[in-house]
Design a protein around this ligand. Structure first.
Ligand code: KIV
Length: 305
């Protein structure tokens, strides 16, 4: 984790990103770069690329575990993934995403699970979805000493209630609700808010009213930062149902298939392993081995090496 990113933001000497540092970036108009990660190698990539914030998102349910929604993933899986990400990360702020069912029941339950992210995985903060009842949970977690990021607009944990993975805030009424949710989360002490899948003009109308950093995903260019799912932006996920807001910066899935296909071809042709990939041994030792293997006492007499 020493290579500098092309933008110059990576590198071992870069200071750790803190919540005050994010507030300063917003104040100075410096865009905040956030990406998801779910394991040690993706954390390494985020570190070397010099991103500011890493989210261990419950999108893991879909892009890592293969479900068609975010709701099936639980706290144990999330904490395991977050701990792996922590081991690969030094500089970015690390946020654990509270999964469905981990914070709705009570403030105590929400605090317990937020503490698991901090204690067991070394997260710096947690994220939760929606306004409404989540506002009280956010306030409770913040009061317990753990920073909270809010998430409004399309909130995948409640996608069924929202009518599917659909753009939100297309009507004035629904846009006002998004504004109310964002402001309530801010008042509850959230240090930043994710706004997902809303028209850019709605975000732009909202932005001047929000003091904390707003991180957009499918929310236009006007936000204080952007977040994308690691597997989406790198083209690791496949399939026809990519949201409009996903821009693929690489086609890693195709590269991986090419690599495994080349390996399979060489194995089938007995070209792998070649001389560069095998261990050598002293021919005298091999002769000695063969003498032992030919001896009749092989099965009965244990050798004293
Ligand atoms: O779970 C997730 O990955 C997220 C981001 C898309 C913001 O919530």
């Amino acid at each position: 984790m020493t290579a500098a990113s092309p933008s110059g933001r990576g590198g071992a000497d870069r200071p750790r990103v803190t919540i005050p540092a994010l507030a300063k970036m917003k104040a100075e108009g410096e865009p905040i770069v956030m990406v998801t990660a779910y394991d040690f190698p993706s954390a390494h990539v985020a570190e070397e690329a010099g991103v500011d914030v890493v989210l261990v998102g419950d999108t893991a349910a879909m892009v890592v575990l293969g479900y068609d929604a975010t709701t099936p993933v639980g706290m144990d899986e999330m904490v395991t993934m977050a701990a792996a990400v922590r081991r690969g990360l030094r500089t970015p702020l690390l946020i654990g995403d509270l999964p469905f069912g981990s914070y709705e029941r009570s403030n105590e339950h929400a605090i317990d699970n937020a503490q698991r992210f901090v204690r067991e995985a070394g997260c710096d903060a947690v994220k939760l979805e929606r306004g409404g009842p989540s506002v009280e949970r956010a306030r409770a977690i913040v009061s317990s000493g753990i920073p909270v990021m809010g998430h409004v607009g399309l909130t995948p944990q409640s996608a069924t209630a929202l009518g599917g993975f659909k753009t939100q805030g297309r009507t004035a009424e629904s846009a006002v609700q998004i504004a109310r949710d964002a402001l309530a989360l801010q008042a509850a002490g959230c240090f930043a808010i994710v706004v997902e899948a809303v028209p850019a003009a709605v975000t732009d109308a909202l932005l001047p009213r929000i003091e904390v950093p707003v991180i957009g995903i499918g929310a236009g260019l006007g936000t204080d930062g952007q977040v994308l799912v690691f597997h989406d932006l790198l083209g690791i996920t496949t399939g026809p149902h990519s949201p409009r807001f996903v821009k693929r910066y690489a086609e890693i899935h195709d590269r991986m298939v090419d690599g495994v296909r080349a390996y399979a071809t060489e194995v089938r042709a007995r070209r792998f392993p070649d001389a560069d990939h095998v261990y050598s041994a002293d021919p005298a030792e091999i002769d000695e081995l063969k003498r032992h293997l030919d001896s009749e006492s092989l099965a009965s007499a244990p050798w004293d090496w």
